[in-house]
Design a protein around this ligand. Structure first.
Ligand code: ADE
Length: 244
């Protein structure tokens, strides 16, 4: 995956990209991220990127020229790419969208908005507007990192252990089951006996049941969306009966 990130604050992204899975993915050429400062595409001695809104009102608006110039520059190599604008008005990002993005061969350009908003004409060059949730954060940088992170995890080879991505909560559409490591007893809390049994069928069943139970309690909306096996349905009935 190749990503160009247009931002006024590239340093926000640098630290995160230098660590852990994303660092390794870049070293292994599975991920390439270029950070471009939008201010470098602004003209005038002050390199202004924002201006007062037509019609009045508080706050500043992102000017169109620097962003259009940056996009023109990036498009010079004629490689196809998807231009993604990060904003709270976008399509909500979730694991399904991460999967969708991970299968797209094209490059991505992420535009990180700031200020009160962007000049509406910028939307004419955007392929997709994406939001990371129904809340407003200071800028699109964290949103871009979240998307790059979630999508990179799905690129084959990006995770050391290939099973990890599939095991993770949302790959099943369910929340994750509980994990334990040594010691067997910690401050009076025991590791569930089944995990010490060595019986892989029992362990798998226990994990699925715990995942279903947790999801039913915390995110019942996800249960509606996930495709359940006959065994899942049996387990769910059991859980519901146990609750009564
Ligand atoms: N910028 C500000 N808030 C955002 C959000 N919720 N998602 C994406 N970008 C944003």
């Amino acid at each position: 995956m190749k990503c160009d990130v247009l931002t006024l604050f590239p340093d926000i992204l640098t630290a995160y990209l230098k660590e852990s899975i994303l660092k390794r993915a870049q070293e292994n050429k599975l991920l390439e991220v270029k950070l471009l400062n939008i201010r470098d595409f602004a003209s005038g001695t002050h390199r202004t990127v924002d201006d007062a809104p037509y019609g009045g009102g508080a706050g500043m608006v992102f000017k169109p020229e620097p962003l259009f110039k940056a996009i023109d520059f990036l498009k010079e190599d004629k490689e196809p790419r998807k231009i993604v604008l990060l904003s709270p008005q976008g399509r909500p990002f979730d694991q399904a969208m991460a999967e969708e993005f991970s299968h797209e061969t094209q490059r991505f350009i992420f535009i990180c908005g700031r200020y009160e908003g962007i000049d509406e004409r910028i939307r004419s060059i955007v392929d997709e507007e994406v939001s990371i949730g129904d809340y407003v954060i200071t800028g699109g940088e964290l949103a871009a990192l979240i998307i790059i992170d979630a999508v990179t995890r799905l690129v084959p080879g990006a995770l050391g252990d290939e099973r990890s991505a599939e095991d993770e909560s949302f790959s099943w559409g369910l929340l994750d089951y509980p994990h334990y490591t040594r010691p067997r007893e910690f401050r009076g809390m025991q590791v569930p006996e089944v995990l010490l049994s060595g019986n892989h069928r029992d362990i798998k069943f226990w994990r699925r049941k715990e995942a279903l139970m947790k999801t039913l309690n915390i995110r019942p909306d996800l249960i509606e969306k996930v495709s359940l096996t006959d065994e899942d349905k049996k387990i769910l009935n059991e859980i519901k009966e146990e609750k009564q």
